[in-house]
Write a protein that binds this ligand. Structure first.
Ligand code: FEO
Length: 161
């Protein structure tokens, strides 16, 4: 049986995932406005993934006979300095999400809640993958900084996600 503390923390995480989705939808708009159609597509994909994360947590709380209470989604930034700036903030944001997932793991461990630990293992792997993907994109963007052809090709790659 899930503890009240963990149920509340997962419920908060649902809001955090939905906020992430909204942040990435906003980044998708800004990338589009800057002419990076591939990056805009990449962030739209990210928007959908974050909603899937929220749904996974919702399904888990339901499986534990726990009611989900949806909270309002806070405002997000709408404009960034550059495409590199957008991805740099993405990495910083994902690092914060990783810390949140680790916090959920700590609660589950303290509760000796094996079911929750098992469910959270998926998120640990997901965070490794997300951070790694964004680090690679940042490295490419830095390498091609100031090179319009290079940036065009990176954007084309991002369109393939
Ligand atoms: Fe839901 Fe990008 O972590």
């Amino acid at each position: 049986m899930i503890s009240k503390k963990l149920a509340k923390a997962i419920n908060d995480q649902i809001n955090a995932e939905m906020w992430s989705a909204y942040l990435y939808l906003s980044m998708s708009q800004d990338a589009f406005n800057k002419g990076y159609m591939g990056a805009s597509h990449w962030f739209k994909h990210q928007f959908a993934e974050e909603q899937e994360h929220a749904e996974k947590f919702i399904d888990y709380l339901h499986s534990q006979d726990t009611k989900v209470v949806l909270a309002p989604i806070a405002k997000v930034q709408t404009e960034w300095k550059s495409i590199l700036d957008i991805f740099t903030e993405t990495l910083e944001h994902e690092q914060k999400v990783t810390a949140m997932i680790n916090n959920l793991c700590e609660i589950a461990e303290a509760d000796n809640d094996r079911a929750a630990q098992n469910m959270l293992a998926w998120f640990i792997d997901e965070q490794i993958e997300e951070e790694g993907n964004v680090r690679t994109i940042i490295a490419k963007l830095k390498f091609m900084e100031g090179d319009k052809n290079g940036l065009y090709n990176i954007d084309k790659e991002l369109a393939g996600r």
